[in-house]
Design a protein around this ligand. Structure first.
Ligand SMILES: NC(=O)c1ccc[n+]([C@@H]2O[C@H](COP(=O)([O-])OP(=O)(O)OC[C@H]3O[C@@H](n4cnc5c(N)ncnc54)[C@H](OP(=O)(O)O)[C@@H]3O)[C@@H](O)[C@H]2O)c1
Length: 337
């Protein structure tokens, strides 16, 4: 009997929040392999805010997903067939695998991961793309150093939780901004942030003034919008702002809200720099080793929020935009057997 591959293909460009009908959920035969190819059984998919942007038409740092194409998604799986000498059956691999059960690859862009060094989901979170974003964004772009006051938004999410912990390792005073009391308690009590601001119940601009009496040296922005504006209103001289993301704006149906008070950069001799993690790909291994060391020493914690079932993909993705995840949001597609 032909084995089937359940697969989400992009059916429409979403307006605002994506909905189930923006994808086609189909069952297609698992393709045969050509020479040089391998077949991967997908175990976990990484759900990332950027996926919303990839569904739009227009210029970005990667091409838009075409209508009818498999929904782009990073994932991790096990090689189950191989006609590629660089990958053997049983290898675990990480890369752009797509929102589906099986992926055929020519091996380009795939990296092998070792399940003996860390549980597989950690390679999608703290030791994966979000962790690398935190590491290079904070240290290379933000140039965080001991004694700095670092503020991070989206602080209980995949990138934010790692930013805060690395900042603490480096001797910074870290203030996290997150939605809700539970998340705020988590980042302070479990992750050791200096303090937290609940943007859903506090006036962030005023709270930042209280929590950062000498101003913000590094603001790591994951959310954009009003919170970016509040941070700009509280900068220290020579502050660095890392524009990592702007999730508050990704589903906007009107023009993206930019900061009206950007002249704070001038007054404070500050800089605001955009970053894309893929630019640091040739140094992931070095960063991974350092972060693995911090994890082994108990200084860096990882947390994954794992939801089961490929068919739940459209609803599970929305959790990111509703703030329903804590730590790295992952979709479990199959058991490893
Ligand atoms: N530049 C790069 O290379 C790069 C790489 C990876 C990720 N990113 C960006 O980094 C950011 C975080 O990504 P992630 O994977 O770590 O996601 P995440 O933080 O794990 O999940 C998204 C979180 O955003 C918060 N959020 C949602 N809507 C919001 C709103 N309107 N205002 C404020 N907060 C809101 C929610 O937390 P609350 O409950 O706290 O609201 C939600 O849990 C995203 O903007 C993403 O695009 C950039």
């Amino acid at each position: 009997m032909t084995e089937l591959n359940h697969i989400f293909r992009l059916a429409a460009r979403p307006v605002g929040m994506p909905k189930r009908s923006d994808w086609n959920y189909a069952a297609e035969p698992v393709p045969d392999l050509a020479d040089g190819e391998l077949l991967i059984k997908i175990l976990y998919l990484s759900l990332d805010p950027a996926m919303r942007g990839w569904m739009n038409e227009g210029k970005s740092y990667v091409p838009a997903i075409k209508l009818g194409e498999v929904m782009r998604a990073l994932g991790l799986g096990r090689v189950v067939k191989s006609k590629n000498t660089a990958f053997a059956v049983g290898n675990y691999v990480y890369g752009v695998l797509g929102a589906q059960e099986f992926a055929v690859s020519d091996g380009k862009g795939l990296s092998k991961v070792d399940p003996k060094l860390a549980p597989l989901p950690v390679y999608l979170g703290t030791l994966g793309m979000p962790g690398m974003t935190a590491y290079f964004g904070l240290l290379e772009v933000g140039k965080a150093k001991a004694g700095d006051t670092v503020v991070v938004s989206g602080a209980a999410g995949a990138v934010g939780m790692v930013v805060g912990q690395i900042a603490k390792i480096k001797g910074c005073r870290v203030v996290g901004i997150a939605g809700g009391e539970k998340k705020c308690q988590y980042i302070v009590k479990e992750l050791g942030f200096y303090s937290a601001i609940d943007y859903k119940s506090e006036y962030v601009r005023k709270s930042l003034r209280t929590h950062c009496p000498n101003g913000i040296d590094v603001y790591f922005d994951n959310v954009g919008g009003d919170i970016l504006e509040a941070a700009l209103a509280n900068l220290a001289r020579n502050a660095r702002i890392v524009i990592c993301g702007a999730i508050s704006q990704y589903c906007a149906t009107e023009a993206v809200k930019g900061p009206s008070n950007y002249l704070s950069l001038l007054v404070n001799r500050a800089s605001m720099t955009g970053m894309v993690v893929f630019d640091y790909a040739d140094r992931y291994a070095v960063a991974g080793r350092e972060m693995g060391g911090w994890m082994a020493a108990g200084k860096l914690k990882s947390r994954e929020d794992i939801i089961e079932g490929l068919e739940t993909f459209p609803d599970t993705l929305l959790k990111l935009f509703k703030g329903e995840n804590t730590g790295k949001l992952i979709l479990k597609v199959a058991e490893d057997k």
